[in-house]
Design a binder for this molecule. Structure first.
Ligand SMILES: C[S@@+](CC[C@H](N)C(=O)[O-])C[C@H]1O[C@@H](n2cnc3c(N)ncnc32)[C@H](O)[C@@H]1O
Length: 335
């Protein structure tokens, strides 16, 4: 295992074992049942994130409104595939993260929610026929990039909102949402996960790939200013409340992090759950948190947007810092 930690395959796959449950103190409000598990390596070079000071998930960060995400991606889509993915979301990580989605047949019906430029969809269509895959995103600018990709030509590509999907109940075999495409930018993650449950067929699987909350103070500060970085236990709670069974969380990360998670990761885990019964989620929710049609104060919007965008820049620098450390610190030593 030590060598796999060092050559970058340290996070999972064949080395996986279910070896940790959250301490009961962190799970006081949402005990994990015996079928739900965190999948972690047998050992890691850095401690797993410890519970951080609690913060309300409903507290909106600077880029957590749908409108803010819309404008954020209006500009980011221009460089997304070239700037974000090489640092945070590599092809290796993507394939690792999709593995628990169990894309075992080319005939599966798959929805990729918040599919953006189609980077994750490119991993999906390696296993599933493109004509069975739908990419949904609220950003026409991101989708325009997906449309240019040859392997995605046969996918259905539609604009839509993750909290209000244009698919019938019991429609898909797999619901995939990566880059937290969704989670970070959904003002109400629980609603998005409830919607994932609704559109899946009985026995269908949801796979949400998203960030993890930092434990290092500076990283935590910028994460909080930017968007939602959920804790691992929050993902599990959302899945369970939506009605999913067999909820599992697999840790992922760029190989040059050598397992370090204290800075948080924009792509830090892949969470899966199985829909046990047909129909809508048993969870009842009130009205939506955000009315996208409500007028906003342009000045407040601009200030929030600029602060959020500055905070996100920190997360462009962190992988460069970690990459340099990986080059400098001798192999075998923690970084
Ligand atoms: C980090 S990107 C990930 C894109 C892609 N899944 C990937 O793996 O590269 C997040 C995407 O989520 C989309 N998004 C954010 N909020 C959304 C919402 N409420 N409904 C649909 N898409 C949303 C953004 O437009 C953006 O394309």
């Amino acid at each position: 295992m030590a060598s796999s930690l060092l050559n970058g395959s340290h996070f999972f796959t064949s080395e996986l074992q279910i070896n940790r449950r959250f301490p009961s103190t962190t799970l006081v409000n949402f005990p994990i049942n015996s079928r739900n598990a965190i999948l972690v390596p047998k050992c890691t070079l850095s401690p797993s994130p410890s519970p951080s000071p609690s913060r309300p998930v409903s507290q909106l960060r600077f880029i957590q409104h749908k409108k803010e995400a819309f404008w954020f991606y209006r500009f980011l889509s221009i460089v997304y595939d070239h700037v974000i993915n090489p640092g945070h979301w590599t092809e290796d990580m993507r394939d690792d993260a999709l593995e628990p989605a169990d894309l075992y047949s080319r005939n599966l019906t798959v929805v990729d929610v918040g599919g953006g430029t189609g980077f994750t969809t490119l991993g999906i269509v390696k296993k599933v026929d493109a004509k069975n895959v739908t990419i949904l995103d609220q950003s026409p600018h991101q989708l325009a990039k997906a449309k240019q990709k040859e392997p995605l030509k046969e996918c259905k590509i539609i604009e839509g909102d993750a909290e209000d999907l244009p698919f019938p109940t019991d429609y898909a075999d797999r619901y995939i949402s990566a880059g937290s495409v969704t989670i970070e930018y959904w003002p109400d993650p629980q609603r998005g996960i409830k919607e994932a449950y609704r559109v899946l067929k009985i026995g269908g699987k949801a796979c949400i790939i998203g960030p993890v909350y930092p434990t290092f103070w500076l990283s935590r500060f910028f994460a909080d200013v930017w968007m939602l970085f959920p804790k691992e236990e929050e993902y599990i709670e959302w899945f369970e409340k939506a009605g999913f069974k067999d909820v599992k969380l697999k840790r992922i990360g760029p190989k040059w992090y050598r397992g370090v998670r204290r800075h948080g990761l924009i792509m830090g885990c892949s969470v899966t759950g199985v829909k046990p019964a047909s129909g809508d989620s048993p969870l009842q929710l009130g009205p939506k948190a955000e009315d996208v049609k409500r007028p906003v104060n342009p000045f407040v919007f601009l200030i929030r947007f600029i602060l959020g965008a500055i905070a996100s820049t920190y997360y462009v620098l962190v992988p460069i810092y970690m990459w340099l450390k990986d080059q400098i610190v001798p192999k075998g030593m923690p970084i």
